[in-house]
Ligand binder design. Sequence first.
Ligand code: SAH
Length: 260
Amino acid sequence: MSKKDVVIADYTDFCEDYTSLCARAFPGDERFTDEGLRRVIYALYARLVECSAKFNLTAILESRAVAEKHIVDSLMLLYRLERNGALKEGDRLIDIGAGAGFPSLPLAAASASGLFPMFSVLSVDSSAKKIAYIKETAELLGLDTLRAETGRAEDLAGTGLRGKFDIVTARAVASLPIIVELGAPFLKVGGIIAAMKANVEDEITAAAPAAKKLGLTEAKTDLYSLPSGDARSLVIYKSARPAGREYPRQYAKILREPLT
Ligand code: SAH
């Protein structure tokens, strides 16, 4: 099938998949399948598939796969943060390397629904095209808790955004030692990095010296699975003191000289 032939599932078919996935991912929690939220989630799915036919946003386009691997996976962050007592009304969250808006857009949809504690989302990506997509989507869907900014995280960390966030997240962006260095400077003291990962034991060990240098506490790992059985983990670090002004270093240096 060529890109142009992509099929957009209708609302009823999409919702059937989304609802059954939610029943397994968020058992007993009916907020995720609330009618109002479901309509926004469907609009998000339809726009992702429609825009992917024009420019490359994601390789995942089949409706059940989008529902699980992009949308439910993103909402899992919210679900697990709540369960860990790590989300409160008024929190500021930054999503580094948001790409096509994951986890940012589903999180903003949940926040705007009024069913969860209200928190704000800032999507950051080095690609102006992806940030334009996120901004337009948020506007179209009425997600006024979301803002988006083009830039590299290591450059934006030197701006007014430094030290301003309660939660830093990143999905499929880089290895943990890099995420820790890019993310820690954005945190308020007491704020957390919540990195969305698949398999991480080796990365946690590799990131331990960097975490210590950046003023973070030891990693806490929350292991879970997607409805299909794919293993996931949320790696959480808390900021115990502000990261030194020398961090983050330039990207080439972060890659070349891991903190030890
Ligand atoms: N989080 C999304 C996208 C992952 S792809 C998802 O899970 O689907 C990784 C994205 O990170 C790309 O869009 C890339 O442009 C961005 N990125 C990589 N390094 C970055 C950096 N240092 N600062 C900002 N964005 C970065």
